[in-house]
Write a new protein. Sequence first.
Length: 147
Amino acid sequence: MNVAHANAQFTQYETSSFHRNREVLAVARGFGRAAAEPPRNSADWEAAVNKLLDWFNHPGELQDEGLAPPSRELIKYVLGRITAWRRAGEPAAPTGIAPTGDGGIVLSRREGEWYFELEFDVDGCAEFFVFFGPRLVARHVLGGGFD
């Protein structure tokens, strides 16, 4: 194989959608933080924890709005993930948290035109979505579930 042919194959690989999606997921780690970004999380983390604790203590408020509230088990599970992320020094806290309406929880974060969403199903399994503007550019099933 000559060098020109190898370079052409590498360029094709670099521009393939699979490679771009892997890069998007790598960049999106932690709701889109840049690797060298300094921690800026305390208020956003506290807001997410407080909202989850409110749902844990008052599930009827979501039912009053016609939504299936997340189970206490799921809320504890997501609180555990948040605790682990904070202990690991993850600086990019979710800026949005909402019930899915069917018993799940969605954590979200916007960074300019990028929008990241981490959705926990009722059984604790998670999916990660990355949008650029209105376009879905990556979706990754993370699996998981209750420990």
